[in-house]
Design a protein around this ligand. Structure first.
Ligand code: SAM
Length: 223
């Protein structure tokens, strides 16, 4: 039985090994719902300085680059960041860092991430949101997209290891890895964030097409 840090290490190794395959994988997975998310992103106030966490191959980084003055993209995988670099986005700075140890050295107007929160084990969640608080300018917002339990039905079976929900992911050559995967109920997540001083709204994305994505906007609760 691996402990949580060993699981997170395996999760990171999986994405580094998957990076080239992930370019097409994410397109196939997300292109059908992308217009719905694009619409919300373009209607959002996303602008100014944005830090994108876990950008992967940069599937969303180009959109952010168009909207923002500057984008900082932070991922733990050099292989993933090398793929983002191929996009040659002039206002994007790439930073390789483990998001569970990352200490922001500046502040941004917005923090943005897609398909990252599900990979954060619950025991690391309070620390992760404290880091987001440090990363945000006053009045800043966190905007993120993640899966819900509905999406689980078309993904793999969820197991539990070290009290953490996990799924098995594969490379094209058949190698298997275990990654953390929490399919949050939006109401439970909003209530948890509220207890940590955040106000969140959740907008379902493409539910009528049987997919379970949610677009969240989160800001510090005002007194
Ligand atoms: N946001 C992208 C998207 O929607 O296509 C990629 C999401 S992908 C599911 C997860 C990303 O998290 C990968 O790029 C992986 O390298 C990164 N990652 C995994 N563990 C990490 C860690 N501990 N610190 C930083 N990045 C990590």
């Amino acid at each position: 039985m691996r402990d949580v840090d060993q699981l997170l290490d395996e999760q990171q190794r999986f994405y580094s090994a998957k990076s080239e395959e992930y370019v097409d994988w994410i397109r196939n997975y997300m292109d059908p719902v992308r217009p719905h998310i694009e619409k919300l992103v373009h209607a959002s106030p996303l602008s100014g300085s944005i830090v994108e966490l876990a950008p992967g191959t940069g599937y969303w980084t180009e959109t952010l680059s168009d909207l923002a003055h500057d984008v900082t993209a932070v991922d733990g995988s050099r292989e993933m960041l090398d793929i983002v670099a191929r996009r040659k986005l002039p206002n994007v700075t790439l930073v390789q860092a483990d998001l569970f140890a990352w200490q922001p050295d500046r502040k941004w107007d917005y923090v943005f991430f897609v398909h990252w929160l599900a990979h954060v084990p619950i025991e690391k969640l309070p620390g992760f949101w404290k880091t987001l608080d440090q990363a945000l300018k006053p009045g800043g917002q966190v905007i993120f997209v993640d899966v819900t339990a509905e999406e689980q039905a078309i993904e793999e079976d969820v197991g539990v290891e070290s009290s953490v929900p996990v799924v098995t992911r594969s490379l094209d050559d058949g190698q298997k890895f275990t990654v953390v995967k929490t399919y949050w109920d939006p109401d439970e997540l909003i209530s948890l964030l509220s207890s940590w001083g955040w106000t969140a709204t959740a907008t379902p994305v493409a539910r009528n097409e049987g997919r379970g994505f949610v677009y969240y906007t989160v800001e510090r609760t005002r007194d």
